[in-house]
Write a protein that binds this ligand. Structure first.
Ligand code: ACO
Length: 377
């Protein structure tokens, strides 16, 4: 037995070098490949950000057009995966359905390659293009409706909104979705990206790495938090009840979802941008209830615990007003984060080192083995 310091939750451990994403936790800045997230959210598109994260530079106009065309052409689901989704009970959590479908993809098409560079990026594009189709297929089937074919003439955000809601959305709604996708596309070594990189570091394939990541994103301390925020808002119901509900929960030592972060010590810059969009979409739809409730919750949580909002606080209020059911919020997160997961996996393949930390053994030692018949109690 050694006696080394244990870094619980790997907090503050620097596990690898990466060129993809930088989080300035004290300054409240998020940088993708050198570009500030605020500029990207203001001026770029999800497709452009995907190119940036996969290739490490912004595309030229023809490069963006080519990437966009390839994504549009890869949206159709293999029949075998469709049949698997049909077999799942309608009560299956959508994240489980997504994880199952992604893990099955390689059985019906060639498995995404274990390769960096253009071959690997092709596999990343295929997964990014397919995730909205998978979730939409499962969602419509569980509600007894026929699947909707993806629309190749639409951008990634517009097609995704169409598939999830079954209707054409307004340009403002589509832009809100595009911005949400940009903001969720990567976030350094968060738990799900780390899970993807651990899987890839064994030379396992891209689909397996993304399957690991989906299972990790699902947890309520990670991607599942925004769904819980909406549960909380529905429980609060009206602005005048917010303070009592929140202080009651804090007194019972319950966590308030959408607050706190391992890396940010100030407000998460994505929360700042999403707060603006929550208000804008609320105003457009003539429904500011969620926004007003969130402002109130924010005030109480900050006053009581000094905690700041994270990305999950405002996103659900936007998705709900866009017509997306609560249990599709985390799958929606995956539809964006798949770009970051795959970018990190490709970076891992390009400079591979098996990820294998150590544990401090604290169990018993030197026990005497007794045969089965001699044991009691
Ligand atoms: N509500 C109430 N108290 C909180 C919260 C919260 N949301 N977050 C942290 N705290 C408190 C803890 O109880 C702890 O208090 P204590 O020292 O008195 O025990 C203190 O703040 C530190 O908390 P830790 O759990 O040590 O902080 P950690 O870095 O491990 O946690 C985490 C980060 C998991 C995100 C945490 O803030 C949390 O549980 N938040 C709610 C879930 C959530 O919103 N997750 C989404 C994160 S963003 C993302 O993954 C996309």
């Amino acid at each position: 037995m050694t006696d080394e310091a244990v870094q619980r939750g790997l907090e503050d451990v620097v596990a690898l070098e990466s060129k993809i994403c930088f989080i300035d936790g004290k300054g409240g800045r998020l940088i993708y490949e050198g570009y500030d997230i605020r500029d990207l959210a203001e001026r770029s598109s999800f497709e452009e950000v995907a190119y940036l994260l996969w290739y490490g530079r912004l595309p030229t106009a023809p490069q963006l057009e080519e990437l966009s065309g390839r994504l549009r052409s890869m949206r159709a689901l293999p029949d075998g995966v469709r049949r698997i989704l049909e077999e799942l009970p309608p009560t299956t959590p959508p994240m489980d359905a997504l994880r199952t479908a992604v893990s099955a993809l390689g059985s019906f098409e060639s498995t995404a390659p274990v390769a960096a560079g253009p071959t690997g990026i092709g596999g990343a594009m295929r997964l990014t293009a397919l995730l909205p189709t998978i979730v939409s297929e499962f969602h419509r089937r569980r509600n007894g409706r026929a699947p909707l074919p993806p629309r190749p003439e639409l951008s990634h955000a517009a097609n995704l909104l169409y598939l999830l809601t079954g209707t054409d959305s307004s340009p403002t709604d589509i832009r809100a979705m595009d911005v949400a996708l940009i903001l969720h596309a990567d976030h350094e070594l968060n738990a799900s990206t780390f899970a993807a990189r651990v899987t890839a570091s064994t030379l396992s394939d891209l689909d397996s790495a993304v399957t690991s990541a989906i299972g990790t994103l699902k947890g309520p301390l990670h991607g599942g938090a925004n769904e819980r925020v909406m549960e909380l808002l529905r429980e609060i119901g009206s602005v005048d009840r917010a303070a009592a509900v929140i202080t009651g929960k804090l007194a019972r030592h319950e966590r308030i979802m959408g607050f706190g972060h391992r890396v940010y010590k100030v407000e998460d810059p994505r929360a700042t941008i999403l707060r603006g969009w929550s208000r804008r979409i609320g105003e457009e739809k003539g429904n500011l209830l969620w926004f007003d409730l969130l402002r109130q919750v924010e005030q109480v949580v900050h006053q009581e615990k000094g905690l700041y909002p994270n990305v999950d606080l405002y996103s659900g209020s936007i998705y709900a007003l866009l017509g997306i059911p609560d249990d599709l919020f985390t799958p929606l997160f995956a539809m964006s984060r798949v770009v970051g997961w795959t970018a990190h996996v490709l970076e891992e393949y390009a400079d591979l080192r098996l990820i294998r930390p150590k544990a401090q053994y604290v169990g018993p030692e030197n026990l005497t083995y007794r045969p089965l018949g001699e044991r009691s109690g």
